[in-house]
Design a protein around this ligand. Structure first.
Ligand code: SF4
Ligand code: FES
Length: 255
């Protein structure tokens, strides 16, 4: 720890009792925040302060606090997961801010992600898209082939692994002016489309997942690329192009 005094910050936090209430920004002052804290640790300090004042703590989602679960999704100064690149909110450090800063903290904004309370939004639309096809049906009766017995070119395997690093955080949706879920869905389609195991159910998968995405009220992709910039896992736009090709192929074969 450095011997320097911590930062004094002004937080402007979105407070909303539930999905039916109108929300508003509340202002809070925090003193002596260490630059070594994560953003969520800073919110913990805020909540301890609010509780000691007899006030309701700020509700926010988190679980792993190490960039894996994708639940710590919020807008920080207008950007999903804040000003750093390639990190989730739980991996964001307070050293990215400076003494005297005012920080706006708001929930992700998208019609398909309704606010539950304060910074917590309902991202179950993503779960329903996965349920529509984001899986491989495997016969586990004991007769299944050893996956390592199927040779897969290294370049394809790497691309599939890269697509599979999507943590379903929703930053792509929150950063898109159309609230499109194409980066997320295309990552989930691509991780299977690139591998032989994904071919069997490939056509139904892409058609069903895209249908579910549309049913959930996500917007269209207009190739602005904001999603790729804000994605904490560096999911490439290349996946969207692949999903579009997979979708067209599946449509043509179906008709
Ligand atoms: S594509 Fe990136 S931003 Fe979108 S859900 Fe996956 S990890 Fe999050
Ligand atoms: S709390 Fe799990 S990714 Fe941030």
């Amino acid at each position: 720890m450095s011997n320097q005094a911590g930062m004094n910050l002004t937080l402007k936090v979105w407070r909303q009792k539930d999905g039916n209430s109108k929300g508003k920004i509340e202002t809070y002052k925090l003193a002596d925040i260490s630059e070594h804290m994560s953003f969520l640790e800073m919110l913990d300090v805020l909540n301890e302060q609010l509780i000691s004042e007899g006030k309701e703590p700020v509700a926010f989602d988190h679980d792993c606090r190490e960039g894996i679960c994708g639940s710590c999704s919020m807008h920080i100064n207008g950007e999903p997961h804040g000003p750093d690149r390639g990190v989730t909110t739980c991996q964001l450090h307070m050293r990215k801010f400076k003494d005297g800063d005012t920080i706006y903290v708001e929930p992700f904004r998208a019609k398909a992600f309704p606010v539950i309370k304060d910074l917590v939004v309902d991202r179950s639309a993503f779960d329903r898209i996965i349920q529509a096809g984001g899986f491989v049906s495997v016969n586990t009766s004991g007769n299944s082939q050893d996956a390592n017995a199927i040779p897969i070119p290294k370049a394809e395997a790497d691309k599939a692994f890269d697509a599979a690093t999507c943590i379903g955080c929703g930053a792509c949706v929150a950063s898109c002016k159309n609230a499109s879920a194409m980066l997320f869905v295309s990552a989930k389609v691509s991780q299977f489309a690139l591998l032989p195991q994904g071919q069997v159910e490939g056509k139904e998968r892409v058609l069903n997942m895209v249908q579910q995405m549309d049913d959930e009220g996500f917007g269209n992709c207009t190739n602005t690329g904001a999603c790729e910039v804000e994605c904490p896992k560096g999911i490439s736009l290349e996946n969207i192009a692949r999903m579009n090709r997979e979708f067209l192929k599946a449509k043509i074969h179906k008709e």
